[in-house]
Ligand binder design. Structure first.
Ligand code: ATP
Length: 501
């Protein structure tokens, strides 16, 4: 009873604290009048899970145990900088309500990529430690273009592309973060919830004169010029447009808006976002005259050649399954060099640090089966991004590419492989009853019938992963997988997918 009463008292203290933080310093700036800044109906629905008072009441469970998310990020190599050490205390203080933390993504491509995954992972860590995640799509900021880390002005995107990109990115974030397991007290589900907002919803209402008067007045040009993103560009031949120079204030104002309207007190981002994030904490401090807004950055994920994983490079690791199949995604992680695998396990998975260290020790022991750590990494990251079904698809495709494998093939698995190996289309009548020797040539797998016969005799010709051991073998209707495709292999590496037209 006493414990329950203490919990209730602490919960109401926490609840009260929340309202005090929000409303103690009333903010009468006309830019924030509710008529102008109300999010769209869709955004409101998405936000409802976060804005309900029920979610603010701290449960007995979270009061007892809220792991320190900042320490966890630090331990795993996911912490670069904090705007203040107070966040370390605030994030695990049982007297405070869960933090609301946001990460922004400009919809500059149809899909997010591996570099952006770090922001999602950090949001997920916050969720797992009992906090609430907000993903912000920069529908407005993408029209301006973030100069951070860019040597050239970003190309302008047309509204239709932005809408398309926003849709793709929203799907990815809700798919990944919507299934993050968390202890979510007071909720029927033990899956995380994420609010996804679009900053165009408030920016489209803001008038330039109001902005200059109410926000611009508090922004010092000297401070803005000193930001890394601006300094670098001013040194370049092309210089910087006024539009891109303003970007930091747009992102800064987003933080102010989210802090003021939705009690979001933490912004996270890659280290290149430091200047934009601090623009927000500075505006909050100057305009709202409160402390209690925090910024946290994580290191950029770099390739072994020192360049960052991004979308501009060839062979970007996309998170959308329509831009990179779960099979290819899995294969990427399965093939990372031994020198990177432990670092990736810490940064990109939620595996216990003990387990990762054990894997690291195993790698140095005699008898270590090569790629064991990579397999674990590939499984964990693929499951996080593509779900259990995506992982199964990737594993099936991996198995299907192994000649002699006994897994029964289905057409989706073969189609998954078709992106990665040559394929051709042949009419049903051109295929059924044709000898395997002839099919090997007409499908383009082998150059000549004699080469096909030779390979068959050596036991190297496979139909749907089963060895073909007779020269007289002809294709039967039943060989066509699900009535749609065949997989022909010459040895371990060469394959052709034959589609039945
Ligand atoms: N390699 C990376 N490692 C960590 N975070 C990254 C990485 N790449 C991008 N981010 C983060 O993702 C968010 C959006 O990034 P942004 O759109 O600027 O980069 P990008 O897609 O890599 O651009 P580009 O490929 O055109 O350089 C930012 O918070 C940024 O810090």
């Amino acid at each position: 009873m006493a414990a329950a009463a203490a919990v209730t008292a602490a919960a109401s203290r926490a609840f009260f604290y929340h309202h005090r933080t929000l409303f103690h310093f009333p903010f009468t700036n006309p830019l924030y009048s509710s008529a102008r800044t109300t999010p769209s109906l869709k955004a409101r629905r998405l936000l409802s899970s976060l804005t309900s008072t029920q979610n603010d009441v701290v449960s007995a469970e979270s009061l007892r145990h809220r792991p320190n998310v900042v320490d966890i990020l630090d331990e795993r190599g996911l912490l670069e900088s904090l705007t203040g050490d107070h966040l370390r205390v605030a994030c695990s203080d049982p007297a405070l309500p869960p933090l609301r933390v946001y990460c922004g993504f400009d919809p500059t491509a149809q899909s997010l990529h591996l570099g952006n995954l770090l922001g999602i992972i950090v949001l997920s860590w916050f969720q797992r430690c009992g906090h609430q995640a907000v993903a912000l799509i920069g529908g407005a900021t993408a029209r301006v273009g973030d100069p951070s880390g860019k040597s050239l002005e970003r190309p302008e995107l047309d509204p239709e592309t932005l809408v398309n990109n926003t849709k793709g990115i929203t799907e990815i974030i809700s798919r990944i973060l919507g299934r993050t397991p968390i202890s979510n007290p007071g909720s029927d589900s033990n899956l995380g919830s994420v609010a996804i907002l679009n900053n165009y919803d408030w920016w489209k209402e803001v008038r330039l004169l109001d902005f200059l008067k109410e926000v611009g007045r508090f922004a010092r040009v000297g401070t803005m010029m000193a930001k890394e993103s601006v300094k670098k560009r001013l040194e370049s031949e092309q210089g910087m447009s006024y539009t891109e120079f303003t970007y930091q204030l747009l992102q800064g104002y987003d933080f102010l808006h989210l802090f003021d309207k939705m009690r979001v007190s933490v912004q996270i981002g890659g280290s290149d976002q430091w200047g934009n994030i601090t623009a927000g904490t500075e505006l909050i401090r100057k305009i709202l005259q409160v402390d209690g807004a925090y910024g946290l950055t994580f290191p950029l994920l770099l390739k072994s050649d020192g360049t960052k994983f991004g979308k501009s490079e060839d062979g970007a690791i996309w998170l959308s399954p329509s831009m990179l199949s779960p099979y290819k995604f899995y294969q990427y992680f399965f093939s990372v060099p031994d020198s990177d695998v432990v670092r990736f396990l810490k940064i990109l998975t939620f595996l216990d640090m003990e387990e990762i260290m054990e894997l690291e020790r195993d790698m140095k022991r005699p008898g270590y089966v090569p790629n064991t750590a990579q397999r674990r990494l590939a499984e964990e990251v693929t499951r996080f991004v593509h779900g259990e079904e995506g992982l199964i698809e990737a594993l099936k495709a991996t198995e299907a590419l192994r000649p002699g494998a006994e897994t029964k093939l289905d057409w989706q698995t073969i189609e998954g492989i078709a992106e990665d190996v040559p394929s051709c289309s042949l009419a049903y009548d051109q295929v059924v009853n044709l000898s395997l020797v002839d099919l090997s040539v007409s499908s383009g797998l082998l150059e000549s019938k004699s080469a096909a016969r030779r390979l068959l005799k050596q036991g190297g010709l496979y139909l749907n992963n089963s060895r073909v051991d007779s020269e007289s073998k002809r294709v039967e209707a039943d060989d066509i997988v699900d009535g749609k495709v065949l997989l022909l292999s010459a040895g371990k590496k060469n394959k052709v997918v034959v589609r039945i037209a």
